[in-house]
Design a protein around this ligand. Structure first.
Ligand SMILES: Cc1cc2nc3c(=O)[nH]c(=O)nc-3n(C[C@H](O)[C@H](O)[C@H](O)COP(=O)(O)OP(=O)(O)OC[C@H]3O[C@@H](n4cnc5c(N)ncnc54)[C@H](O)[C@@H]3O)c2cc1C
Ligand code: SF4
Ligand code: SF4
Ligand code: SF4
Length: 284
């Protein structure tokens, strides 16, 4: 069974929890705010499924992709989608094309408590929540199992997540390619501590005296290159600071303090990526 000796050797993808036939894996949060699997030895039957599915122990090597990527530069011509997206809004354009085929779209959404989870849903109304980067780790518990079920009954699925989550999905699917699955990831600088983000949001909510209602990393108020953190509050107030003055961005991009240990030794970077499509910022 899974036994994490070095924190760098677990990216927190949650795949092991999704495949355990006895439900004996739970995810425990450490002092930095990152979750790691813990096995209940009383119920574990030593079937090794959790090890087989772990994308760090055994990468999704059987999923074949181009050695060299085919590269396109593009952006959405829909101003409202592009402005609300982290980069050029291509993800939303792809998602809209998939909803039009009645597909299920998977991505990351904020929860009430300012944590982030991966979901999969066929309702296009959820695209606004799914859209845009949340620079903290998203909890993917249950989503791989759900996607497997959808694929098996013939539903079309478009799943977007971190490269490690996409590999985890292929591992849960037994490295099997489904014609009704399209995957998408992004060039990934690493995910930050959900605990630090909750504390940061607590601080802002105390300062502004109200609950946050909308959070936008890399808001484009002062241009895309100057990306800013914008938070709107229930009392109508707004917080907006650029990457050089916002505490969370300083901790992430300047001080490099908030990222998960496994991201500093990422196993999922470089080519070939396993996702069908890899999105990234295109700087000119
Ligand atoms: C943690 C993180 C690090 C990144 N690092 C880089 C980088 O170093 N260089 C670079 O060029 N681009 C990076 N990106 C990608 C970039 O921010 C844009 O998301 C990407 O270019 C697509 O932009 P878009 O406008 O098409 O779509 P967007 O509207 O940004 O949507 C992208 C998709 O990513 C999903 N997503 C958002 N946050 C998470 C999360 N925490 N976990 C899993 N899925 C998530 C969304 O749900 C959506 O499906 C990063 C993204 C994230 C989430
Ligand atoms: S070995 Fe099998 S039963 Fe034990 S934790 Fe892993 S998946 Fe669960
Ligand atoms: S499957 Fe994912 S969460 Fe489980 S041990 Fe491996 S990397 Fe960690
Ligand atoms: S940097 Fe690597 S390990 Fe970290 S979230 Fe991104 S893909 Fe996963």
């Amino acid at each position: 069974m899974i036994d994490i000796k070095r924190k760098e050797d677990c990216c927190g993808c949650n795949a092991c929890g999704d495949v355990c036939p006895k439900g004996c894996i739970t995810f425990k949060i450490d002092n930095e705010g990152f979750w790691y699997p813990e096995v209940d030895m009383d119920t574990c039957i030593d079937c090794h499924l959790c090890e087989k599915v772990c994308p760090i122990l055994q990468p999704a090597d059987k999923v074949e992709r181009y050695d060299e990527p085919r590269v396109f530069a593009a952006y959405s011509k829909d101003d409202s989608i592009r402005t609300d997206s982290t980069s050029g809004g291509i993800h939303s354009m792809l998602a809209n094309a998939m909803y039009a085929k009645n597909a299920y779209v998977g991505g990351a959404v904020y929860n009430e408590d300012h944590t982030v989870s991966q979901i999969v849903d066929a309702n296009p109304q959820r695209l606004e929540e799914i859209r845009s980067s949340k620079y903290l780790q998203s909890n993917a518990e249950g989503v791989y199992k759900e996607i497997k079920k959808l694929l098996r009954v013939g539903k079309e699925v478009f799943f977007c997540g971190c490269p490690c989550q996409v590999q985890a999905l292929y591992k849960v699917l037994g490295n099997k390619e489904y014609d009704n699955l399209t995957t998408c990831d992004f060039i990934c600088r690493g995910v930050n501590s959900p605990k630090v983000f909750i504390k940061y949001m607590d601080m802002l909510e105390r300062q502004f005296g109200a609950k946050a209602t909308k959070i936008k990393f890399k808001a484009k108020e002062w241009g895309w290159h100057n990306f800013s953190m914008r938070v709107n509050f229930a009392n109508g107030q707004e917080y907006c600071k650029d990457r050089y003055h916002d505490l969370f961005f300083i901790g992430y991009l300047q001080a490099n303090l908030l990222t998960r240990p496994s991201c500093y030794e990422c196993h999922f970077k470089g080519f070939p990526q396993k996702a069908d499509i890899t999105l990234a910022d295109f700087l000119i």
